[in-house]
Write a protein that binds this ligand. Structure first.
Ligand code: ARG
Length: 572
């Protein structure tokens, strides 16, 4: 149980009785005591009473004696609460025997669709795809762990006019050669070669145009070649997911093309509802509230003037499918911030059309860009966007070299395994520990450092705890009594019992930097504890109590990092 909530539940009725209206006591961790409430100060004006007298009356009415060692009014009218050692020790003991570490399963599990990764067929995955893949995967892991039914939707870009030129290029190359190039992850050269011919060669352009018509018309030979492109690309993307250690599999591809048959009906339904308006030959919806800079209403184009459907229509069909067929009530779109306007408009139209009605709601889980050391969009030396695999391989190579030099006792295979866990972990953590709404700078030095708010620091803290148990050949007894006489023990205990509150917050906000920040505070509190409090050399019953604290810290670190998609090697 979350202490903040426990204390809030005790203070709230007293505050409400004094104020005559419901009041949030705003209980927060504090330097002065363990917790502090400053709600009396905010109430003073409204009640026309000095805040100290409000706080005093609240404390007379509140029942906190069984939880707190002291509860007093301080300063201008703060309520300072010091938690009793017995209370805190009891909470830690309860965690020790709880396989879920104080995080309950959701009382109201939902079907949640997480739309993430979504690369485009026959196009390389660039660092731009890193954030959606890493953040989306963390969301899927977290929500699943909380008991929600999670549908991973990899909205693969597998349809549209570029497929005309891509298929013609495949015809020119020969299928075997094309398949080879694509499966080797040579997607960029394939795409660029097709593009170059398209730009330079009038005849190729004409073939491509006809090929698009054949594709849309369902020509069998064309579809077979298109499928070849899709399959080879999917196969390649799966190797990237494997390297990146994300949970996406082959069954999670729900490409744009899978909505093709629904596009006509979607637009027809919008028409029936009287929502369509024609603008320059295109069929549009003007959702309320969407206006451009000039104040003019903005259209969402659902059918282009050439009769084709595009990205917006596909997203509308996907929403209708997700709420209607899959029964989802929470739709997450982990896509970069530049697409914010697109999603706002799509959601607004879906609401108007009745495809997105409470309790169902959609959220754009947007994110900023990854910047290079110069503070500009990350680019390769040749000035091109950086291939995601290259970045990942670089991270693993650097981390493996570091692992070898730091611990020469690691065998070749173990060093490789540690290098992979640390390298990939460092990349993911650098991303997830940054506020996703902002850009961040990719800094190798910092993210691979063993100090500071980094994956290696947390992984190292974990492996160090495991080595305590390994070296001593002992295990923690979860039923051992917990004593918290030392300040460093108390500080660690407060962090441990705070895990549930952080997870509940991240379940709502999907701001994983709060979870990262928490794990960092936990590891730091552990490190301070371990410096000041001998564990194996302590006498019983303190030794057993401290072993429980060590074991719990390791378990929370492991679980928390696992939710972020980061591995915890036993040795580093
Ligand atoms: N493939 C798109 C892109 O690369 C992202 C798709 C995002 N998901 C969606 N449902 N629109 O920009």
């Amino acid at each position: 149980m979350d202490l903040e909530k426990l204390l809030t539940d005790r203070l709230a009725p007293a505050f409400s009785a004094v104020a005559g209206v419901p009041v949030d006591p705003v209980v927060r961790r504090s330097q002065r005591a363990d917790f502090q409430s400053d709600a009396a100060l905010a109430l003073a004006r409204r009640l026309g009473r000095p805040p100290r007298s409000i706080a005093t009356e609240v404390l007379e009415r509140a029942e906190v004696d069984d939880l707190c060692a002291t509860a007093e009014v301080s300063g201008p009218g703060f309520i300072n609460l010091t938690v009793a050692e017995r209370t805190l020790g009891g909470l830690v003991s309860a965690l020790a025997t709880d396989p879920r570490l104080g995080v309950p399963l959701s009382p109201a599990p939902e079907t949640v669709v997480v739309d993430y990764s979504a690369p485009n067929v026959a196009k390389e995955m660039h660092v731009g795809h890193l954030r959606t893949t890493v953040i989306g995967d963390a969301a899927a892991r977290l929500l699943e762990w909380l008991g929600h039914r999670v549908v991973r939707a990899n909205h693969l870009g597998d349809w549209g006019t570029p497929f005309g030129m891509l298929i013609e290029h495949l015809v020119d190359l020969g299928e075997a050669e094309a398949a080879h190039e694509l499966s080797m992850g040579d997607l960029d050269s394939f795409y660029k070669a097709a593009r170059a011919k398209f730009d330079a060669d009038e005849a190729f352009r004409e073939r491509s145009r006809l090929r698009v018509v054949a594709l849309q018309g369902g020509d069998e030979e064309t579809l077979r070649r298109w499928r070849l492109l899709v399959e080879q690309s999917e196969r390649y993307f799966l190797t990237v997911y494997d390297l990146l250690d994300v949970t996406l599999t082959g069954t999670d591809f729900h490409g744009e093309s899978s909505y093709n048959d629904l596009l006509g009906p979607v637009v027809a339904e919008l028409d029936r509802q009287g929502l369509l308006r024609e603008s320059d030959g295109a069929a549009c919806v003007f959702p309320p509230g969407s206006v451009g800079r000039d104040g003019e209403p903005l259209p969402l184009i659902v059918r282009k003037s050439d009769g084709g459907y595009g990205y917006p229509a596909t997203d509308l069909a996907a929403i209708r499918h997700r709420t209607g067929e899959l029964g989802a009530t929470r739709l997450l779109y982990v896509v970069g911030l530049p697409q914010r306007r697109h999603f706002e408009m799509v959601y607004a139209v879906a609401e108007q059309a009745g495809w997105l009605t409470p309790p169902a709601r959609a959220e754009h889980v947007g994110f900023g860009s990854i910047l290079g050391p110069d503070g500009r969009m990350l680019r390769s030396r040749a000035g091109e966007s950086v291939k995601l695999v290259a970045l990942l391989e670089d991270a693993v190579a650097r981390a493996t070299a570091l692992a070898r030099s730091r611990n020469p006792e690691l065998g070749e295979a173990e060093a490789a395994e540690v290098g992979r866990a640390v390298g990939i972990g460092a990349i993911k953590y650098a991303d997830l520990s940054s506020d996703r709404h902002r850009d961040y700078v990719l800094d190798w030095e910092r993210m691979l450092s063993l100090d500071g708010n980094t994956a290696p620091y947390l992984q190292y803290a974990y492996s160090r705890i495991r080595s305590i148990f390994r070296r001593a050949g002992v295990a923690a007894r979860p039923d051992a009594g917990v004593s918290l006489a030392e300040p460093a023990e108390r500080a660690l205990a407060f962090e441990l019992v705070g895990f549930g509150g952080v997870i509940a917050e991240v379940e709502r906000s999907l701001e994983f930097h709060h979870l990262a920040g928490y794990l960092y505070r936990l590891a730091s509190a552990f490190s301070a504890f371990y410096e000041r409090c001998p564990v194996l050399r302590a006498d019983e019953p303190v030794r057993d109590s401290r072993l429980v604290l060590c074991d719990l810290t390791a378990r929370v670190l492991r679980q928390g990092l696992d939710l972020l998609g980061i591995r915890t090697p036993e040795r580093m």
